[in-house]
Structure formats: C-alpha cells, structure tokens
Design a protein around this ligand. Structure first.
Ligand code: GLY
Ligand code: MN
Ligand code: MN
Length: 432
C-alpha cells in the first residue's frame, strides 16, 4: 500500500538513518464535563505519520542496519462494548490492512513490546518536552532497552522535533491540494459573511454564520477559536468573547478559518458593519492593505522570512506618518520600533496541520529562506485603541488583513484570494 502517509514514513526513515527508532504518540480524549469530552482532534505529528484518527495510539518507526524501515502501530483493541458506545475501532489488524503498517499491536502491549524493539538501536527519537506523560514512558522504555542489550553502544535519546518539523514545513503536492480546497471554503465563507452582517447583530451570530459556512462545505471545525471583533474589540488581539452588538458605523474584524482534512486556514478580513467605510477607517485600511500586498510580493524563493516583516513595518510606519499618527523620519521611527504602538505582532507564521505550524524561522544564524511548498500567513494590522494618544477621530479603529500564501517555484499563490480585500469590492459585495 502506498499513500501520502506511507511515503512520509519512508522520508522520515531516511532522515533517521540506520539502526534508529522514532516514537510518536496520538492525542487522547480530554474531558469537557462529566461523561463528555471535547471533540477529538488527532495530534498533528501523529496524523502526519499515520493518517490514523483514534486516541491512545503510538507510531513506532524502526530502521535496521541497512536503513530499511519497519513500521508499527499500537492501537486500542477491538471491543464490542466500546465500539457500540463510541464507534468503530480499526484494531491491530486494521492498522496493517487499512493504514499500511507492517505490524499492528494492541496498545496494552506497548510496555512489554516496545523496549524489545528499541534494543539494539543506536538512536531513539521522540518529541522531547512535547507530551510529558508520553516522554516519561519513552524514557522508561529506553532505560529498559539499554539494560537488555549491554553489548552495543548506549542508545542515544534524541529530539525528533527538528527532523519532523523540517519535513512538515515544506508541503507536498497532495498537502497543497488539500490546503487549496480548505482555504477556498474559508475564503468563500468570509465573502458570504460580508453579505450576511447587519448593524445590531450580535458578534456570536456572525461567528455562528462562519461556522455554518465552513461545515456546510466540509470544514466541520474551525482551525482555532474565531475572533469576531466589532469596533474597538479589534484592538484586543485575541478577543474571543464574541458576545457584543455590532454597531452601525463600526468596522468588524473577523479572524476565522476552517480546518479541512486536518489542514488549517487562517483568514482575517475587516469590513464595515453597515457596508460603507468612513474616511478614517478607509485611510487606515488602505495602509494595512498596501503593507500586506507589498509583503506578499516579497514571499518568493531567494528571499528570507524577515523581508515581508521589514516591508510591512516600513509601509505601516510611512502610512502612519502621512496621517500624522507618528511624527519623525521613517528611518528613525523604524529603528526605535515606534510602529509597535499600533502594529505589535509579527507579519505571519507557517501554516499547515497546525494554524501556527511547526518549522524553524531561522537556523540559529540565518533567517529561513523561502522554498517552493512553504505556506505562510501574511497578516499586518493597525490597532488604535481609545487609550492611544491620538486625535479622537482615529480611536477604536482596528484593522488586520490576513491571507495564506504558498511559495511556488516562480513566485507565490494566494490560497485565500477569493475573500475580497479591495475596499471598493468589499462595499460592492456588501451592497449585494
Ligand atoms: N488566528 C490566529 C493568527 O492569526 O495567528
Ligand atoms: Mn488569524
Ligand atoms: Mn495567523
């Protein structure tokens, strides 16, 4: 059986080298209240390697001295009673037949089986500092394996994080196909929401509309809790209460993206509740839009990740000077970080199986260079709270514009471009 998951296990095995093992645990159910759990969401690393959506499971990848791979999946046992109440379990046989693992085991055999599989390996990789309980189990298995095999070199226990996150940072064609579809679903939800919103609507009604639109097209869950922030709430960067009335004359900032087949989308649009930008809102909006468009243009092979950051800071600083919200030379203001009063977060982050996806931003000396297949958000913003020391007319305006950008061999592709950003287009869409 060859799937994107079996191919990944092969790619990982070649990075592990000969005589090595990798252990990665699934997520477990988390209680919400008595007898009820939060909706289960598989661990992203575990999903990346297995495509297996059950809890209480472990992936083990082992290479022999020639570097060739054996794969093991420890899973919940088949159990008629549990399956009647909680649904189908693949069991060890399903792990082999349906998920392409060489060996399937019941999870209650892990403690007695895994030390024997680790014995003889030179290196054992796991995600150190990631899941405390599982880390302790891995440490005890490694200890037991060392005692079993006194004649070979001591087993080195190493962090799998850099290896797995460097793989996850560059998306394959099949991942890009999924992300393109998921991003389109979420972008269309933003476009329809612009037509749905009206003055005096509660923020949570607008939130519910997004969730409905995501689910209707296959993104049952959002990738993160949506931010639906009317007026000055937009100046609270992680505002998630979403329970206030949207006022006529205010903007609404909506940061909402669905999760599609495990991949996140992360889109922000800011639009006028009554369908018409005021002069001040438009002036701020256009600075953010220019910063965003110029930053996106810098996301290409040959550039590094700080270039969009620096461009967004320069455009925003110059724009705020033009409006009289900052005074001084752009060069000095940028050097002293004056823009951070109004633009206090970074321009973006990797996105993939996690909204804030894994993958280094530098190798310790140099910033990461863009490669085809990397996907990053570009999301500059300007936030002017009522506490700011500025003319009253600017107070309470918060704008962010966020898209998901794929680096291609010859430039980039905006995966979320269907959500309108041009202010005239937004007004036209809202006018219906
Ligand atoms: N929605 C989370 C973020 O934009 O980073
Ligand atoms: Mn966002
Ligand atoms: Mn984001």
């Amino acid at each position: 059986m060859s799937t994107m998951f079996t191919k990944r296990r092969e790619a990982v095995a070649s990075l592990l080298g000969p005589d090595a093992c990798l252990l990665v645990a699934s997520n477990n159910h988390v209680s919400r209240n008595i007898h009820h759990t939060y909706s289960f969401r598989q661990d992203s690393y575990f999903w990346y390697l297995s495509g297996f959506n059950e809890s209480d499971s472990i992936v083990l990848i082992k290479t022999d001295k020639t570097g060739s791979l054996s794969s093991y999946l420890f899973v919940p046992p088949k159990d008629e009673h549990s399956e009647l109440w909680d649904g189908y379990r693949a069991g060890p046989q399903g792990a082999q037949n349906d998920y392409g693992f060489d060996h399937g085991f019941n999870n209650f055999d892990a403690d007695k089986t895994i030390p024997g599989l680790l014995a003889g390996a030179n290196k054992v990789f796991s995600l150190i500092g990631y899941k405390e309980d599982f880390s302790q189990r891995v440490s005890s298995w490694v200890k037991e394996a060392r005692l079993k095999d006194r004649h070979t070199a001591a087993i080195e226990h190493l962090d799998a994080g850099p290896l797995l996150s460097s793989l996850r940072r560059v998306k394959s064609d099949s991942e890009i196909d999924i992300m393109r579809k998921g991003c389109e679903i979420s972008a269309q939800a933003h476009k329809s929401a612009m037509q749905f919103v009206t003055p005096d609507m509660n923020e949570q009604s607008l939130e519910a509309y997004y969730l409905y639109k995501f689910a209707e097209h296959g993104s049952r869950f959002p990738a993160y809790t949506p931010i639906v922030a009317g007026g000055e709430h937009a100046c609270i960067l992680h505002y998630v209460e979403n329970d206030q009335i949207l006022k006529d004359g205010d903007l609404v900032l909506v940061d909402a993206g669905g999760e599609y087949q495990y991949y996140a989308s992360d889109i922000t649009r800011t639009y006028p509740v009554n369908g018409k930008f005021s002069a001040e809102q438009l002036a701020i909006y256009n600075i953010v839009l220019q910063a965003q468009q110029e930053a996106i243009a810098a996301m290409k092979v040959g550039n590094h990740i700080m270039q969009p950051q620096e461009i967004s800071e320069r455009v925003i600083t110059e724009g705020l000077i033009d409006l009289g919200l900052l005074t001084g030379s752009a060069e000095d203001l940028i050097a002293e970080g004056a823009h951070k009063k109004f633009y206090m977060h970074k321009v973006g982050h990797w996105i993939g199986l996690d909204t804030h996806d894994v993958g280094a931003y530098s190798d310790g000396s140099n910033f990461t260079q863009y490669e085809a297949g990397m996907v990053q958000t570009i999301e500059p913003g300007i936030y002017i709270s009522s506490k700011s020391d500025v003319d009253d007319k600017w107070k309470g305006i918060g704008v962010r514009i966020e898209d998901n950008i794929l680096v291609t061999v010859d430039g980039n592709e905006n995966l979320t471009a269907s959500a309108p950003v041009d202010p005239e287009e937004i007004e036209a869409v809202m006018a219906g």
